[in-house]
Design a protein around this ligand. Structure first.
Ligand code: AP5
Length: 210
């Protein structure tokens, strides 16, 4: 079984959704840089406030901030821990830094076209407490605007507004998409078409891991 997994894919491709399902079933740790930065911003931590300036306009947070943050997180993990990296790396510089610390055995790329991504993100609702995600049409919460898992009020992320989503897609194409070739070159890339029901896609995702 693969135990050091990078999730690649554009914003809204389902990295968080699939990564969370995998981590629940396999007992892996999911490290989501987006969730970490949002939490730091909510707590008023200097890193979070600095990161928010970039996140709100859909830009990438500078490499040095992210690389330092992840170095500490990775150091704190036990040797045999299964890890899912969600949203990291996002640049070749970050991928090189990760490669110095961890041997990645699977880079799983979720492939979804832009029109579907826009629909998913503009109708996504997120939980500020447990980071669960919902979709108003495809995956609605049982009670309107309330998280099924922890009962918190759901919110619409600032960077999920259409104009910001379009910028995030541009930033993805310019900075992160080259990582598909990067991991292909290392022989660890697998691509799963990320369109279909969440459970169907999960079935395909699991086959690449086991
Ligand atoms: P981050 O939070 O990582 O955002 P992202 O990569 O843009 O990814 P998303 O969380 O938007 O989408 P996802 O692929 O996880 O999809 P999800 O499962 O939620 O990063 C945010 C920002 O932080 C960045 O823009 C940047 O500024 C900064 N940042 C983070 N990491 C960084 C780094 N390493 N370097 C620099 N900056 C960094 O699904 C989306 C929606 O679709 C949900 O509503 C879901 O319910 C729905 N859905 C999921 N699957 C399906 C399906 N099969 N069918 C229908 N709907 C579906």
């Amino acid at each position: 079984m693969k135990t050091k997994i990078v999730l690649l894919g554009p914003p809204g491709s389902g990295k968080g959704t699939q990564g969370e399902m995998l981590s629940q079933e396999l007992g892996f740790v999911r490290l989501s840089t987006g969730d970490m930065l949002r939490e730091a911003a909510r707590n008023g931590a200097p890193l979070g406030l600095k990161a928010k300036e970039y996140m709100d306009r859909g830009a990438l947070v500078p490499n040095d901030l992210i690389i330092n943050l992840m170095k500490e997180k990775i150091k704190s993990l036990g040797e045999g821990t299964g890890v899912i990296f969600d949203g990291f790396p996002r640049t070749v510089e970050q991928a090189n830094a990760l490669g110095e610390q961890v041997n990645i055995d699977l880079a799983l790329n979720l492939d979804v076209e832009d029109s579907e991504l826009l629909n998913r993100l503009t109708k996504r609702r997120s939980c500020p407490k447990c980071n669960a995600v919902y979709h108003l049409d495809y995956n609605p919460p049982k009670k309107k605007n309330v998280c099924d898992k922890c009962g918190s009020e759901l919110y619409h992320r600032d960077d999920d507004k259409e104009e910001t989503v379009l910028n995030r897609l541009k930033v993805y194409r310019e900075n992160t998409k080259p990582l598909i070739e990067y991991y292909e070159g290392k022989g660890t890339l697998k691509t799963v078409i990320g369109v279909g029901s969440i459970d169907e896609i999960y079935g395909e995702v699991k086959k690449t891991v086991l």
